[in-house]
Structure formats: structure tokens, C-alpha cells
Write a protein that binds this ligand. Structure first.
Ligand SMILES: O=P(O)(O)OC[C@H]1O[C@H](OP(=O)(O)OP(=O)(O)O)[C@H](O)[C@@H]1O
Ligand SMILES: Nc1ncnc2[nH]cnc12
Length: 200
């Protein structure tokens, strides 16, 4: 397939078809949105879709989660004209931090960290990550932001699966993702029918 091609009709979520299907077995992320970032209009439309529910909200800062959340997060921040705060997996920040343990889709316990010298009480933060599966990663990020007194305006990701944790986020926070309702069940099964036709 031509990853850089753009269809004449850019229907809602057209760029999802650019995600690469998993060919490496169950321990790897099952759908790989990083290929859609290679297509400039796909990335632009993805960011536009993620921002559209927040068009009337005040956002002071975008925070993104290590590692792939940095790509979408900085893209979102740039379009908003706001700064970007990196929430990092443990061990990378050489400054004072708060940390939060969590368990993600791998079932392994992990730790993420946030620096203490940026967020202030009352600041309005949009949290961005590439994907929400169990919701463990995003919930930990929410806890860190809220513990520092900032407000989570919303949560944005390419996909939010309808797991228990994904539904908890959808019920408790304003959210956006790029998955049209008719594709949600395919996303939850980690297979898009549109990927069948691709030669990778
Ligand atoms: O909802 P959860 O079950 O917690 O999983 C979601 C997390 O998993 C993926 O990242 P991953 O940890 O694979 O790492 P990467 O961003 O470094 O590629 C994804 O981008 C989220 O950060
Ligand atoms: N990229 C991805 N695709 C499917 N499931 C995921 N869980 C975490 N990241 C994922």
C-alpha cells in the first residue's frame, strides 16, 4: 500500500486504515497507529478529530504519556498553541517527581513519573496517549495530574477500548477518540476488517 497516499474522500476515521496489523504475536501492540503518523493529512485529521469535542474548553497545557503519546500529544499541543508536558516511564526524569504505580495490558506492574515544577492547582490539562486498552496507564496519569491540583479537562487517544477501564474513563471524563461507533467492536477485538486487504 502507499502509506503517503490520500483518498479523494476523507471519510470519518479514514486514516485508521493506515494502522498496521500486528504480525509479531500477542506480546506486541496489536494495531500500530504509528504508520498513520507518517501521512501528514492522516495525522492532521486525527488531531482535528481528537480536538473537536474540546473546541469550547480552556486548555492550559497538553500532557502526553511515554512513549507514543508524545507524538500525538505534541501534535495536539502545537495545533492548540499550547505547551506539552511529558509524563514519563520511571527512571528518566532527573528532577523532583511524583510517581504512580500501575498495571497495563501486559499485566506487568510499571511506574510513571511527573515532574513537580510545571503543574499548578487550577491548571487545565488535556491528557493524550496513543491507545487506551485496560485504562491502567491513563488512570495513573490522571491520578498524577490531579494529585498536583490540576484539572483533567479531558482524555484523548486514537482508540479507547470498551474494557472496564476504558468505560470508566468514558463515564468519568470528557474524552475523544478516533473510532466511529461502527468500528468499536472491531477495535475491541484488535482487528480492523479494513486491514485484511493490505499488503504490508
Ligand atoms: O490501557 P493500557 O492497558 O494501560 O495500555 C495503554 C498503553 O499501552 C500502549 O503503550 P505501550 O505501553 O505499549 O508503550 P509505548 O507507548 O512505549 O509504545 C499505549 O500507547 C498506552 O500507553
Ligand atoms: N496499539 C495498540 N493496539 C491494540 N491494543 C493496544 N493496547 C495498547 N496499545 C495497543
Amino acid at each position: 500500500m502507499d502509506v503517503l497516499a490520500v483518498p479523494t474522500e476523507r471519510n470519518k476515521g479514514w486514516y485508521l486504515a493506515l494502522m498496521a496489523p500486528n504480525t509479531k504475536g500477542p506480546t506486541f501492540a496489536w494495531l500500530d497507529p504509528s504508520r498513520l503518523y507518517c501521512n501528514s493529512l492522516a495525522l492532521a485529521d486525527c488531531v482535528k478529530d481528537l480536538l473537536s469535542p474540546f473546541c469550547c474548553d480552556t486548555i492550559d497545557l497538553v500532557a502526553g504519556i511515554d512513549a507514543m503519546g508524545f507524538i500525538l500529544g505534541t501534535s495536539v499541543a502545537t495545533i492548540l498553541g499550547k505547551g506539552f508536558l511529558a509524563i514519563r516511564k520511571a527512571g528518566h526524569l532527573c528532577v523532583a517527581t511524583q510517581s504512580q504505580n500501575y498495571t497495563d495490558y501486559t499485566g506487568r506492574e510499571k511506574t510513571m513519573e511527573i515532574r513537580l515544577d510545571v503543574l499548578k492547582p487550577g491548571m487545565k490539562v488535556l491528557l493524550v496517549d496513543q491507545w487506551i486498552e485496560t485504562g491502567g496507564t491513563m488512570k495513573a496519569a490522571i491520578q498524577l495530574v490531579e494529585r498536583l491540583g490540576a484539572t483533567v479537562v479531558g482524555v484523548a487517544a486514537v482508540a479507547i477500548e470498551n474494557t472496564e477501564g476504558g468505560k470508566w474513563i468514558k463515564e468519568n471524563y470528557k474524552f475523544s477518540h478516533c473510532i466511529p461507533n461502527e468500528l468499536q467492536s472491531q477495535i475491541d477485538q484488535k482487528h480492523l476488517d479494513s486491514l485484511n486487504s493490505f499488503i504490508n
